[in-house]
Design a protein around this ligand. Structure first.
Ligand code: IPE
Ligand code: IPE
Ligand code: MG
Ligand code: MG
Length: 333
């Protein structure tokens, strides 16, 4: 079902990767090696795909969107490098994380470099004939995403210390840490493609709900995914005490005794693998996975309703956006 989407994603990858690796060249070699490590390792390139399809759907061409598509992927990689330090994760995309390979100090700098290079990539848009006012709008959107992701990541950390995080607080947090960059990707694509204010807004709402569904799926995979397929650790959310939707739901359903058992393991960095598995079983026993799956599907449907409000120029791009939207909750990696 997704072959067509994955084929297009590969096509986008080749163009975007070429641009990214060209802009990420320099010295000292260690800094650039560390900065390009995850990019070379793999990744789905969903944000570039979303940006390019949002540009196409309102009538823009694929090629003028490439520097911006590279910008959001470079920015995404910046967040991953710093996120893995924060979450103490040792592998991603099937390879050791940047701080595991080069140390935390170099990883911080690699992240800083990627952050700056994301904006550098956007500044290349005028060379392709994108009008200055569209470039300014694009920069504003990426700046908004930078601020919002930082706020979301801070909330994610603060929630680890609390037992009373609500579902609505969780939704607000994932909108910031994850959906904001999806929104900016769509928004930037639509701006570059010359979409109307309404089209830009509708595409950003489409991406807001898709981003929410995407993060809920990420939380599910973090509990029941296959590490080899996923390329990143499973159960580390429990070790770090993350208040994922699964944990919030389970805490609201478990009896006092089981709730205490779960809370003793959550956030215990010395927990054994058996204890982490026990916590996962407790969470699953409440029906948390099914609950989260349903919630994600609701956001996928909501997302589609916004796509249907867009004045479409390129029907094939819309078709691919629909496939992408359905992929986010069915993916296994
Ligand atoms: C991982 O994003 C970080 C989250 C927002 C959950 P992706 O699942 O898109 O990661 P890659 O780029 O494919 O590795
Ligand atoms: C996702 O963080 C959001 C960002 C990276 C900004 P997570 O910590 O939930 O994502 P993974 O599971 O490590 O990819
Ligand atoms: Mg993480
Ligand atoms: Mg994190």
């Amino acid at each position: 079902m997704y072959e067509e989407l994955l084929r297009y994603a590969e096509h986008v990858r080749s163009k975007v990767d070429k641009f990214m690796l060209e802009i990420l060249r320099g010295e000292p070699k260690t800094l650039y090696d560390a900065s390009t490590h995850l990019i070379r390792a793999g990744g789905k390139r969903l944000r570039p795909l979303l940006l390019i399809l949002s540009c196409r759907v309102v009538g823009g061409s694929e090629d003028i969107a490439i520097p911006a598509a590279a910008a959001v992927e470079i920015f995404h990689n910046f967040t991953l490098v710093h996120d893995d330090i924060i979450d103490r994760d040792e592998f991603r995309r099937g390879v050791p994380t940047v701080h595991t390979k080069w140390g935390v100090d170099t990883a911080i700098l690699a992240g800083d470099l990627l952050f700056a290079k994301a904006f550098d990539a956007l500044c290349r848009l005028p060379e392709l004939g994108v009008p200055p006012e569209r470039v300014v709008k694009a920069v504003k959107l990426l700046t908004w995403a930078s601020v919002t992701v930082a706020e979301g990541q801070m909330l994610d950390m603060e929630f680890e210390k609390r037992v009373d995080v609500t579902e609505s607080e969780y939704m607000g947090m994932i909108e910031k840490k994850t959906a904001a960059l999806f929104m900016a990707s769509s928004g930037i694509g639509a701006v570059i493609g010359g979409g109307s204010e309404d089209d830009i807004r509708n595409l950003m709402e489409f991406s807001r709900h898709m981003g929410i569904a995407f993060q809920i799926r990420d939380d599910i995979l973090g509990l029941v995914g296959d590490e080899r397929v996923l390329g990143k650790p499973v159960l580390s959310d429990i070790r770090e005490g993350k208040r994922t939707i699964l944990v919030i739901y389970a805490l609201s359903k478990l009896d006092e005794e089981n709730k205490k058992r779960l809370l003793r393991i959550l956030g215990n960095r010395n927990a054994s693998i058996e204890e982490l598995r026990e916590a996962a079983e407790l969470i699953k026993s409440t029906g948390a996975i099914e609950y989260a799956e349903k919630l994600a599907e609701e956001h996928v449907s909501k997302s589609l309703s916004y796509l249907d409000r867009v004045k479409v120029v390129d029907e094939h791009a819309k078709h691919l956006l629909k496939l992408l939207n359905s992929f986010v909750t069915r993916r296994r990696y």
